[in-house]
Design a protein around this ligand. Structure first.
Ligand code: FE2
Length: 415
């Protein structure tokens, strides 16, 4: 009898725990993990002690607006509100072809850098629902190599125009995975609260997740997070609910923040911070001292809440930079949130991997026997090393298949 063999064996993989193991892949699954796999692989790759981890998760991006920076004009003030205005002009010329082309290009850019799970918002404030339809089409087109979740996001508010409420419901019925919202952008505080109740009503009726753009403003009076958390607690939806941005939380007074934290811990909702974007968008009305404009990531993490990080924008009206690299996001987070302790740096890496997977409610994620063989190999030896050097991703495996490979270039010193 011939000895058992595997389709592929990755030799000498360093896990985030520091253990060095061999990983066998058969078909689409991880078939074995052990210190030394005795069997042979039809193909074998020597990883040589490099870091092997599950793929990066971008839990918050806007693929419909990606790669439109400068169209029709540049955001000169750098504010969220000028960004919304410019996008309002650009979205008049959206077509399915236009959105799909840019979304696919961005996803490919991300996948080559190890991102294989993405949650994207789709603006559903236009009668045609073009952005949503395009992203639903893309979700289907890419499903063999990247998992895309689509959020029905009412960019102009649910009550900003009479037809918006109907459009949001239509978007959910068309197949969006998640119901979104933007309460701080509604005309009044009452409309904002009403919008959150509407979001929960839709999500419960159609069994969807929730991800709200919540309090993305420097106004310390913007307190929709407490409404989202209270609704999550009362409805029992808890971990199915996410509050994105929550930048006003960085401006709340400490007495209120303390009281709020108790409610948040009970609600078990997820948080997504987008430090690349909010460090640039927020604080624009401040003179000095100028606020950092990012939510209380460190305190939420210490409180045991699930925090992940998103890229948010890649070359669009809100942020003209960005390459889709999640290590850039983690790097910015640890600076802005002052998470420079060793455990804190590791936590920032987790925020672009396992914590993101939890936010997206992914099962079958992680390096474990029986799980889907989706994993990446970084030219690094630890999470700290990966973030410090924004280490390149050498191999990307998606569902057992090699999706991307990169050779590491070397600089020679000639003196
Ligand atoms: Fe966003």
């Amino acid at each position: 009898m011939s000895p058992k063999s595997y389709g592929l064996i990755l030799r000498q993989c360093r896990l985030v725990s520091g253990d060095v193991v061999d990983i066998a892949i058969d078909g689409k699954k991880i078939a074995a993990i052990s210190e030394q796999i005795k069997e042979r692989g039809e193909e074998e790759i020597l990883i040589g002690g490099r870091l092997v981890c599950p793929p990066f998760v971008d839990s918050h991006i806007h693929l419909d607006s990606a790669l439109t920076a400068g169209e029709p004009r540049w955001n000169e003030s750098g504010t969220l509100f000028e960004g919304i205005k410019i996008w309002g002009e650009r979205k008049q010329s959206l077509s399915l072809k236009d959105v799909k082309k840019r979304a696919l290009e961005t996803l490919k850019l991300q996948a080559m850098q190890g991102v294989l799970f993405v949650r994207s918002h789709a603006d559903v404030s236009e009668d045609s629902l073009t952005a949503l339809q395009a992203l639903l089409d893309v979700r289907e087109e890419v499903k063999d190599w990247i998992t895309l979740q689509v959020v029905a996001f009412p960019q102009d508010g649910i009550y900003g125009k009479p037809e918006n409420k109907k459009l949001l419901k239509e978007a959910v019925k068309m197949g969006a995975d998640v119901v979104g919202g933007i309460p701080h952008y509604e005309f009044t505080r009452e409309d904002g609260v009403k919008s959150i109740h509407k979001i929960f009503e839709l999500a419960e009726e159609y069994n969807k997740l929730i991800d709200v753009h919540c309090d993305e403003i420097d106004d310390e009076q913007s307190r929709f997070l407490e409404v989202v958390a209270a609704c999550a607690l009362r409805s029992g939806m808890g971990e199915k609910v996410t509050a994105s941005h929550t930048t006003a939380f960085g401006s709340y007074n400490d007495a209120y923040a303390y009281k709020l934290m108790g409610l948040l811990e009970r609600s078990r909702i997820n948080f997504i911070a987008n430090p690349l974007i909010n460090i640039t968008l927020q604080g624009r009305m401040d003179s000095y001292p100028k606020r950092r404009g990012v939510t209380r990531v460190k305190e939420l993490w210490r409180g045991g809440l699930n925090v992940s990080l998103g890229h948010d924008c890649v070359q669009d009206p809100w942020y003209s930079l960005g390459t889709g690299n999640m290590l850039d996001v983690a790097y910015m987070a640890l600076h802005v949130c002052q998470m420079t302790g060793l455990a804190e740096i590791d936590a920032c890496f987790d925020m672009v991997t396992v914590n993101g997977a939890k936010t997206l409610q992914l099962n079958d994620y992680g390096i474990a026997v029986g799980n889907s063989a989706s994993l990446i190999i970084l030219d690094a030896v630890s999470r700290f090393d990966a973030i410090r050097r924004r280490a390149p991703v050498c191999y990307v495996f998606s569902q057992g298949k090699l999706l991307a490979q990169r050779s590491i270039s070397e600089t020679k010193w000639h003196l």
